[in-house]
Ligand binder design. Structure first.
Ligand code: SF4
Length: 364
């Protein structure tokens, strides 16, 4: 059995590490590209949310490369993600692909089924060995996210254009080689100091922007036009509302972002008092938090037809009025072009600078 899976940011690095520990055969699909998006949009229903289309493209490319099994996670709603695996399975079979679909539902729904699927993925390992592999792999995944968070926060200070991106690649290569928990700890420290290696100028007082929105478009730079790199290289200080390990964490403690799900839900409560699926409530809570922390603005990334983010978007004008924080919503789908996104980002940055100057002149 040769497994494949969809891309989502650094997920390929995390899963490659885990499957290698489990001695599971796997194929990483080619990096998401225009071809991937075209394949997905050709086979998926027109009004499906955009991540479904892209992930179908990834899976087709993985199966074409020789995989004969797909691993996906399930979900319990209320957004459409819980049906992804079912819909992907049907679409890929209709398209003529023969493969095995392994869907890992949250262990809290059926622990026996979860363990059975784990054994299927790693037949050479005992459940205890699988647990240990996940435990150690998780440490590496958190370290990868910590490095990414540092890159986001410091790129705006780089003296030489592109240095931080180059250091990020080096830092990931350092982490990639680490196997044991001790090696991972040492590689984490080294990777963070590699990021420090890019020369910085801390004299400037950059605009501060928070990035919120649906997890897939937040985490996958090939789909969000790598706007974090674009903004960072424009000298904007960035923080993001969710990292990969925050999203897959069962603890609800969000190891990298730092804010627990409960804290974010509490912040969102005056505007959206219940869970609406995906990151909808988290988006609202994080906008409130970014406003409280004095950020200049927030960018919301919304895949076309994403129900939770549409709900979040509907309350953002109220937050803007009450907490005086501008929010730019970028809707992304297969029709979205980079030039349109960049034009809107530039206009938003101009607006934030003029707002900041106005504030300073009033204080002065
Ligand atoms: S969060 Fe939105 S885009 Fe993501 S799966 Fe759910 S409905 Fe689709």
């Amino acid at each position: 059995m040769k497994l494949t899976f969809p891309h989502m940011g650094t997920l390929d690095m995390v899963l490659s590490d885990l499957f290698s520990r489990l001695e599971t055969d796997f194929i990483i699909p080619p990096k998401t590209s225009v071809k991937t998006v075209n394949l997905g949009t050709k086979h998926a229903p027109e009004f499906a949310c955009f991540p479904l289309k892209v992930t179908i493209g990834n899976l087709i490319e993985g199966l074409e490369a020789g995989a004969d099994a797909v691993v996906m996670v399930g979900g319990i709603g209320p957004c459409r993600f819980g049906f992804y695996a079912e819909v992907q399975n049907k679409i890929l079979r209709d398209a003529g692909y023969d493969f095995e679909m392994i869907v890992l539902e949250p262990p809290t729904t059926d622990i026996k089924d979860f363990m059975k699927k784990c054994k299927k993925i790693a037949p050479k390992k005992t459940l205890w060995q699988i647990f240990q592999a996940v435990r150690v792999g998780w440490k590496k995944a958190v370290a990868i996210d910590e490095v990414e968070k540092k890159v986001l926060k410091t790129r705006c200070f780089e003296k030489n254009f592109g240095d931080t991106t180059a250091m990020h690649k080096k830092a990931l290569a350092v982490l990639g080689k680490a196997i044991t928990p001790r090696e991972i700890q040492m590689a984490r420290d080294k990777a963070l100091s590699v990021i420090d290696g890019a020369k910085k100028d801390f004299e400037n007082n950059p605009l501060k922007i928070g990035i919120v929105g649906e997890f897939y478009v937040l985490l996958e730079p090939c789909i969000n036009f790598d706007i974090e790199r674009y903004l960072g290289q424009k000298g904007i200080y960035l923080e993001r509302s969710v990292y990969l390990t925050d999203w897959i964490s069962f603890s609800k403690k969000n190891p990298v972002m730092g804010l627990s799900n409960d804290e974010v839900a509490k912040a969102a409560k005056p505007y959206l008092s219940h869970f609406v699926g995906g990151e909808g409530q988290a988006t609202v809570g994080h906008v409130v938090k970014f406003a409280e922390e004095g950020f200049d603005g927030v960018i919301q990334l919304l895949p076309f037809t994403c129900m939770p983010e549409i709900i979040a978007k509907s309350v953002l004008p109220k937050i803007h009025r009450e907490l005086d924080i501008p929010v730019l919503t970028l809707v992304i789908d297969e029709q979205t072009g980079r030039a349109g996104i960049i034009t809107r980002l530039e206009a938003f940055i101009d607006l934030l600078w003029s707002k900041r100057k106005k504030k300073l002149s009033i204080v002065g």
